[in-house]
Ligand binder design. Structure first.
Ligand SMILES: Cc1cc2nc3c(=O)[nH]c(=O)nc-3n(C[C@H](O)[C@H](O)[C@H](O)COP(=O)(O)O)c2cc1C
Ligand SMILES: O=C(O)C(=O)c1ccccc1
Length: 346
């Protein structure tokens, strides 16, 4: 079954097919889930002020990002444990992304090895949780690079783990038998536990630079001062993210945080946004407020749960089609035509 409908329907469908404990792990957020709901609410508050009679010409969504040229400014965000959503896990996700001509960010916490994910032919970035064991982290970076990942996405919003009430209520603490984080398998064959590093600082960017020639993005920036620091430390891109409301509950919505970050970055590196993007119109709003691309987290997981690779492909193609259609209706031919004056808060 291939879902073709809108994000809400796909989410409802996924809820119907998934173990409720696993659905809640994937859907849930930290604390009272204010930031989780705030991300979507921020999009719902915006309205578009379209331009008319802007002339003919096809819509061209092509976008250059670190290490990759894409047909549309849409990237799959890194999410853990795809084998909770579908038995084929990240291999199915990657096959769907490849079919849609997209880009998948592989999570450090993937339940399929990065080498196996790369075998699908999908374009990949690799999301990194820097471990206090830097030798192990360097080996993981080398694996990602050897597998053909085109950039590293350093997650910086997790000095400690968020507290997820839904998981606590269910007592969800362990993956099902046979499901493991294959990227945390060490040379000795044993799978390490993830350690988030409370001591991580900006020097981690220079450390990473010394170990890879890949572009490095930082993911999880909300404050414009941090965006400035990221540029000063030589990053190749910034992802405005609150981890889909799974880390600091009460954090600002990503759409509300975006304009100040864009102003601070002043075009020096690409700025991406994730959190609450559920439609092509949402993507258009983020681009108009200055994002160079959006990332999708949960919608891709729901497509995966419902339809495997075909479900992922359908989610990506639907959203991209809707973005192109909405671009035509606001009078824009390419992403650069999308400017903040097209968005209002009535
Ligand atoms: C189930 C789940 C697992 C996630 N795992 C990771 C992860 O391993 N690394 C990471 O940097 N972000 C992770 N994230 C955050 C996503 O990359 C992204 O920031 C967020 O999902 C975007 O919001 P959205 O789900 O509203 O699209 C995860 C999110 C979800 C929902
Ligand atoms: O669940 C998450 O959002 C996430 O990033 C994560 C972090 C550590 C282990 C598993 C998932």
């Amino acid at each position: 079954m291939v879902p073709g409908g809108r994000a809400r329907e796909v989410e409802r469908g996924a809820r119907d097919v998934l173990d409720p404990v696993h659905f809640d792990y994937l859907a849930g957020g930290a604390g009272d889930e204010r930031t989780l709901t705030g991300n979507e609410d921020a999009f719902a508050r915006r309205r578009l002020v379209p331009r008319v009679l802007r002339g003919p010409g096809p819509v061209d969504l092509s976008t250059d990002l670190p290490g990759v040229r894409l047909a549309a400014p849409v990237v799959v965000a890194p999410t853990a444990f795809h084998r909770l959503a579908h038995r084929d896990g990240e291999a199915a996700t990657a096959a769907g992304v490849a079919a849609a001509g997209g880009l998948l960010t592989v999570s450090t916490m993937a339940t399929t090895a990065v080498e196996g994910i790369a075998a699908t032919g999908a374009a990949l970035w690799f999301q990194l949780y820097v471990q206090p064991d830097r030798a192990f982290t360097a080996a993981l970076v080398a694996r990602a690079e050897a597998a053909g990942c085109r950039a590293l996405v350093l997650t910086v919003d997790s000095p400690v783990r968020g507290r997820h009430g839904r998981d606590e209520r269910h007592g969800f603490t362990e993956l099902p038998p046979g499901v493991v984080c294959e990227n945390l398998r060490a040379a000795d064959g044993r799978v390490r536990d993830l350690v988030v590093d409370p001591d991580l600082g900006w020097d981690a960017v220079a450390w990473l630079r010394g170990r890879t020639t890949l572009p490095v993005l930082v993911k999880g920036v909300l404050h414009p001062a941090d965006a400035r620091l990221a540029v000063e430390h030589g990053v190749d891109g910034i992802v405005v993210s609150n981890h889909g409301g799974r880390q600091l509950d009460g954090a600002v919505s990503t759409l509300d945080a975006l304009p100040a970050v864009v102003e601070a970055v002043a075009g020096r590196v690409p700025v991406l946004l994730d959190g609450g993007v559920r439609s092509g119109v949402d993507a258009l709003v983020a681009l108009a407020l200055g994002a160079d691309a959006v990332m999708l987290g949960r919608p891709v997981l729901w497509g995966l749960a419902l339809g495997g690779a075909d479900g992922v492909r359908a989610v990506l193609e639907d959203l991209t089609d809707e973005l192109a259609h909405a671009m035509a209706l606001v009078g824009a031919h390419r992403p650069a035509d999308l400017t903040p004056d097209l968005v209002t808060v009535p």
